[in-house]
Design a protein around this ligand. Structure first.
Ligand SMILES: Nc1ncnc2c1ncn2[C@@H]1O[C@H](COP(=O)(O)OP(=O)(O)OP(=O)(O)O)[C@@H](O)[C@H]1O
Length: 961
């Protein structure tokens, strides 16, 4: 190292040391002084909306700023924003940032996807910068979020905003090793965390000091303030200094004075930028609802998926157990689009993997609980389908807010039971949610129940899932506090069970049949809960929170609270529930016939076949049911009844029905292509280089069976046969003799011999295939083990302090200084870390696509199975061979479910996944052709081949002969 370099390095270290001691460069000091002055002099008037102010370049006021450059921000923050391509402010940023930068308490409310995250991250980073915060100053800011995924997402955004700052940030979420996290907490300046884990550290980690905290942020504030987190939050706040800046953000903001008092806000600025808007949901979001009988739900969801194969969709269901069952069942039926699931019962690594995978997918269906309802910024989601009615309008707004984010458009469809229709529509219209009724297109509806029945009869685990799913759903309805919407007595449980593929209804102790109708027992809340908990083997549905009345913890470590809250609610609400259900009986019974008639009209698909009766008629022909090869054609056809704008009520019902009938009739005539799932094809199908299916004999011939020069031809028998054929081929009935080198084929004279030989050869190849497949599986198993080991190592590394990052790449010396720690701890420093992460993401993305390829191209082949299934098993990190992607050398990258570009994920996945899919698949057309030929026909074809004047070459079509 030259002396100049040494000097520079020393200088850099000195600078870093100075910064650690709170000393800044002269330039930074100057900038900070200037910023302080502008913020003081130009602060917007209290109670004003800065976005309404006109921008005056001459004035010192920064109210009315339209771009980040016009705000009094440090150059480091401006550079970070520029690097992340953020230039102009969104509405909430225009309104709230000027107040927040001035250090005021803020209550920000704005529609989903409108940029609230930056609105609180920028002031945090700026405040700590202006205070010349250093590692020695400890914790300066806390961001609380209700879910782990949201915390991860905010942490990523923080890395962008703070890319050029010298601040350390950590991610504290449940599911990690607390002891390891503890060792590093003291070094953190900014923490993004879920409440449960933070409180745990406050209770258990010696030296975790929050006394100098400057900023507290509650993202999804109404959720954190609600019953589920109440006790946790109160305990956290009790540990924080009174004097601090507090900011609350949500699309559905709380105004409850009681809530705000708990946080001791000081003269907060309430900024609700879309309060006057016609709707609380994004403008470009098209929203519809569909009335569906409970027993039609599976069909409708399946049909929706099958008719939106190219879309990116989130399906929300009430409970973990429903999500698990629907995911597992649909996955086995291979709809033709990758499926993933997300719920609180999953391990954290898997959850994070699915989160990133769904972020990157082009077309995918994510089946999720309300754990995914809030804050998650999945790019380009096309559809949000709510399979179960949300517990309240806020949940509805957050769920649909996963689509149509920022400037994008999106679609949302809500499925309502006839018994929920009136109450839910009233609840949503009070919240000003614009909804239009949509009817399913009967011609596009597919019944899935027969396939489910078949699956469940063979798969005990899936059957258990189905039973638990049914119980969890009924219980969630039973526990819903809004009795004007949810009526457990109105649930047609038997028909529902049949629609899930169950032969009988599992025991529901909280419901009892009385005179053929299900009625809620007049049980006390606790009793009901105890019974239903016991029923599910103690696997409480509390993790699903949402459905259980909104108090669930979403698996965030506040389960104690959730359970307590649930019990409280039940104590007070159980009897109410029973009473309400009782009082609803009469009205419900009266309303039911009308509702059912409407539902039957609305859901003519299955109902059309099943009639308008309430009784579930499970379609008889199991073959009719969804198959991998079934058309998943035009998006929206399922929802758009022909010649009808479903978002604008139009044609009279009779006309539509007539059209539907006519259409349906036509469609029925079309014979559907089927692949017999699970049935052995009995035939090997081979493909030439162009991918054309070849019949076995042709393939054998093409590959040189009996060909001169080949083993067969060169052995005595082959040569003799050739000679014999030359001499008197006609006598042998072959007539195909030719000289070696002509490219014609010489075979044994007797067809039986030839077939015997061919059969033996095929058997040999089958054996070889099986061996190779076994080998492949073994390799994949080893890979998976390696990956798991790497992931475990990464987790262990990361658990050593959650995720930690030093914000800022300019402190090169700092980054270097911390490098050792970062490696050891599974953290990573500054921009280098994010760079490799980006690469990793790409790698993993490709891996995923490899899996998709495998899955899509080989519906029943081994390749597809390896690709599709195992990708799910692994938390959906790509499929096929591409799954090796997870094993990157940097543990932190592995933990986040991402792979490095140089890992197997790039080269191998698509090719391997697709290859395996194609190789193992039995495409219908080819399989049928081969299977359909009798021995004599095959013989005739062989003769035709053998008698051809032109040699058969791989790649030649049969018609070329
Ligand atoms: N000023 C901006 N310019 C460009 N894009 C932005 C800007 N601010 C935010 N975004 C982008 O808009 C998207 C939504 O932002 P964000 O997640 O902060 O929304 P939100 O209001 O918090 O939504 P939710 O209520 O669902 O939590 C993100 O992808 C973000 O990168």
């Amino acid at each position: 190292m030259s002396s100049e370099q040494k000097k520079r390095k020393k200088g850099g270290q000195n600078t870093h040391l100075q910064k650690r001691q709170g000393r800044r460069s002269f330039k930074e000091d100057q900038e900070i002084a200037q910023l302080e002055q502008v913020l003081r002099d130009g602060a917007p008037a209290r109670g004003s909306d800065p976005s309404a102010a006109a921008r005056d370049a001459a004035s010192t006021s920064y109210a009315g700023a339209r771009t980040f450059d016009e705000l009094p921000l440090s150059q480091y923050t401006k550079d970070g924003l520029k690097k992340a391509k953020y230039f102009t402010l969104t509405a909430i940023q225009r309104s709230a940032l000027p107040h927040a930068l001035a250090g005021r308490d803020v209550l920000g409310a704005a529609k989903t996807g409108s940029g609230k995250t930056l609105t609180f991250l920028i002031p945090i980073v700026e405040k700590l910068y202006r205070l010349k915060w250093t590692a020695l100053d400890g914790l300066g800011a806390l961001v609380l979020t209700p879910t782990r995924e949201l915390a991860v997402q905010i942490f990523e955004e923080l890395k962008k905003v703070g890319a050029f700052h010298d601040l350390s940030a950590g991610l504290l979420i449940g599911g990690k090793n607390v002891a390891d996290e503890a060792s590093r907490l003291t070094r953190m300046n900014i923490l993004v965390c879920t409440p449960g884990r933070l409180l745990q550290h406050m209770d258990e980690t010696p030296g975790f000091d929050t006394s100098s905290l400057q900023v507290l942020v509650l993202d999804e504030a109404d959720r954190i303030l609600d019953m589920g987190f109440a006790a946790t939050l109160d305990a956290i706040v009790a540990n924080l200094p009174q004097e601090r800046q507090t900011m609350l953000f949500s699309a559905t903001q709380t105004k409850s004075v009681r809530d705000l008092a708990r946080l001791s806000l000081t003269d907060p600025e309430y900024l609700a930028v879309h309060a006057e808007a016609a709707a609380p949901t994004p403008l470009k979001l098209q929203q519809g609802y569909m009335v569906t009988e409970l027993w039609q739900k599976m069909d409708v969801m399946w049909s929706f998926i099958k008719t939106h194969l190219k879309a990116k969709t989130i399906i929300f269901l009430s409970t973990c157990k429903q999500v698990r069952f629907v995911f597992e069942a649909f996955r086995k039926l291979r709809p033709g689009v990758p499926l993933r699931c997300l719920h609180g019962g999953m391990k954290q690594g898997k959850r994070t993997g699915v989160f990133y995978e769904f972020c990157e997918a082009q077309a995918m269906v994510l089946i999720a609980t309300d754990i995914a309802a809030r804050g998650l910024d999945f790019p380009t989601v096309d559809w949000v389908l709510q399979g179960d009615c949300p517990e309240d309008a806020a949940t509805y707004i957050h769920r649909v807010g996963r689509t149509a984010r920022y400037m994008a458009a999106g679609h949302a469809l809500l499925m309502l039971l006839p018994s929920e229709r009136e109450g839910a529509l009233k609840m949503l219209s009070e919240a000003k949610v614009p909804l239009t009724q949509i009817r399913p297109n009967p011609a596009k509806q597919q019944a899935v129940s027969p396939a489910l029945q078949a699956l469940l009869s063979k798969d005990q685990e899936l059957k258990d899932f189905a039973q638990k799913s049914l119980v969890a759903y009924c219980r969630s309805v039973f526990l819903q506090p809004r009795k004007d919407v949810f009526d457990v007595a109105a649930l047609p449980v038997e028909e529902f069970a049949a629609s899930l593929g169950l032969a009988s209804v599992p025991k529901l102790r909280f419901m009892r049949k009385v005179k053929g109708k299900q009625q809620v027992l007049e049980l006390g809340g606790k009793e009901a809960l105890a019974e239903s908990d016991g029923e599910e083997g103690g696997e409480g549905g509390s993790e699903d929170g949402g459905a259980a009345g909104g108090s669930g913890s979403e698996g965030e470590g506040a389960q104690g609270d959730a359970r307590a809250a649930k019990k409280r609610r039940l104590d007070g609400g159980g009897k109410d529930a029973a009473a309400a259900a009782g009082s609803q009986k009469g009205a419900a019974a009266a309303a039911k016939s009308k509702e059912k008639a409407e539902a039957a009209a609305g859901g003519k698909g299955a109902a059309g076949k099943g009639g308008a009766s309430n009784k579930r008629k499970v379609p008889e022909a199991a073959g009719k049911v969804p198959e991998a090869g079934d058309a998943g054609d035009d998006d929206d056809d399922f929802l758009v009844v022909k010649k009808r704008d479903v978002f604008a009520e139009g044609l009279p019902e009779e006309v539509v029905e007539a059209e539907e009938a006519a259409d349906g009739g036509k469609k029925k005539k079309k014979k559907k292509q089927k692949i017999k799932v699970g049935m052995a094809s009995g035939q090997r199908v081979m493909f030439d280089e162009q991918g054309n299916a070849l019949d076995p004999l042709a393939q054998l011939a093409a590959e040189g069976f009996g060909e001169p020069g080949s083993e067969e031809a060169s052995d005595g028998e082959g040569a003799a046969a050739w000679a014999a054929a030359q001499a008197g081929a006609g006598a042998a009935g072959v007539g195909a003799g030719s000289r070696p080198g002509d490219g014609l084929y010489v075979v044994s004279a007797r067809p039986e011999d030839r077939f015997k030989k061919a059969a033996e050869l095929m058997r040999q190849r089958d054996r070889e295939d099986r061996r190779q497949l076994k080998e492949l599986k073994r390799e994949m198993k080893l890979e998976r083990k390696d990956r798991l080991r790497a992931a475990a190592a990464a987790e262990a590394g990361e658990e050593g302090g959650g995720r930690v990052v030093t914000l800022g790449s300019r402190g090169g010396a700092a980054a270097r200084e911390d490098d050792d720690d970062d490696e050891e701890d599974g953290g990573y420093g500054g921009s280098e870390g994010s760079g490799s992460e980006e690469e990793g993401r790409q790698g993993r993305g490709r891996g995923a696509r490899g899996g998709e390829d495998g899955s899509d191209e080989g519906p029943s082949g081994s390749g597809s199975e390896d690709g599709g299934d195992s990708s799910d098993d692994d938390g959906g990190r790509g499929g096929g061979r591409g799954r090796g992607a997870g094993a990157g050398p940097r543990p932190e990258v592995g933990h986040m479910g991402m792979a490095r570009k140089d890992a197997a994920g790039v080269g191998a996945p698509a090719g391997a996944g697709a290859g395996a899919g194609a190789g193992g698949a039995v495409p219908k057309k080819a399989g049928k052709g081969a299977a359909g030929l009798s021995l004599a026909e095959q013989e005739a074809m062989a003769l035709q081949l053998l008698g051809s004047r032109r040699p058969w070459r791989p790649g030649a079509r049969r018609s070329d002969l």
